[in-house]
Design a protein around this ligand. Sequence first.
Ligand code: MG
Length: 255
Amino acid sequence: MAIRGLILDLNGTLYFKERVIEGAAGALMQLRDAGYKLRFMTNTDSKTRAQLHELICSYGLDLPIQEIFSPAQATFDYLKKNHFSYTGLLPEALEDEFSPLKRDDTNPDCVIIGENRTAINYQTLDTLFRHLMKGAELIVMQPGRHYFLADGAHLDTGALAAMFEYATGHQGQVMAKPSSHFFTMMLSDMRLKGSEVVVVGDDVETDMMGASKIGAKSILVRTGKYQSADEFLTPIKPSSVIDSIADLPKALTLF
Ligand SMILES: [Mg+2]
């Protein structure tokens, strides 16, 4: 089946360390001219779509805001679809966007675990744990264990979620890469099937894994967090490996 759409990872694929990958803007222009539908994804859970858009523009890449997908939209979409009320560690920046949904701190349908560090103390965590024990669903905005800043490694959202999974003995629902919910949301936004799409990214475990869940082909780029021989060290094999996003238009002619 012909490829009609592309799901492109942002960090490490289009830009890295606040700099656009050489040739990225030109490649995107060629892909749009060739008629591909494009969607862009990130696992950053602490920002609204508008904030992400502004950040990407500040790097010098001009993407339409409605093509950017993050755990915020995935979580909102999941709660709305299931008519869920929520409580939990919702990132502060998302409070306005989530205001159409029902917040319930007494008897919630689900507990959201996202990046809200100011809310964390034993009392809060224990209250959330007790909601989960009464049957509320655990919503994991993104499964990252840790992330790096200039001063070293920091605890990430997935690590906190794992604490609740360990305590309750139940797995949470992941809203970001590599969950099928996240990738299916982008597919339905493009009105395409998995077999009509190629996923492009620098991370075998999240980008390629997500592609395999929706039956899409995938291309690994040797930029960002890519480490030499990543494609051989995992059971999830990309369909193809290219040096950078600049080579994507040419690589797609072989699909
Ligand atoms: Mg990446």
